[in-house]
Design a protein. Structure first.
Length: 89
C-alpha cells in the first residue's frame, strides 16, 4: 500500500504533461510530512541524490508571533535560505 500523498499525486496528475513527484524515499520511513522533512533537512538513502531541500521552490513559514510568510527566492528572500539550506562555509 502506498502512502496517501503518493496516491493523491498519481491520481490528480493523471493526464498532465508536467507532473510532481518524490525523487527518493526519505530516511527509509513511509509516513513523513513535507514540512517535517524540510524542517529536519532529511536525506534519503540514495547517495547520488541531493538532500530533499534542494528541490524546494518555496514554503510557508509561520513565525513565533503567528505571522504567515511565503518564502522563496523573491519573497522574504532573506528567510528562504534559513529554512531551506544551512551549510558550513
Amino acid at each position: 500500500m502506498r502512502p496517501p500523498l503518493i496516491d493523491y499525486l498519481v491520481n490528480v496528475q493523471r493526464d498532465r504533461q508536467k507532473q510532481w513527484g518524490i525523487i527518493q524515499k526519505q530516511t527509509g520511513a513511509d509516513r513523513l510530512s513535507i514540512g517535517g522533512a524540510l524542517a529536519a533537512n532529511v536525506h534519503g538513502r540514495g547517495l547520488k541524490f541531493r538532500p530533499f531541500i534542494d528541490n524546494v521552490e518555496s514554503f510557508v513559514l509561520i513565525d513565533s508571533a503567528g505571522t504567515v510568510r511565503k518564502c522563496d527566492p523573491q519573497e522574504n528572500s532573506e528567510l528562504f535560505p534559513l529554512g531551506v539550506k544551512i551549510q558550513p562555509d
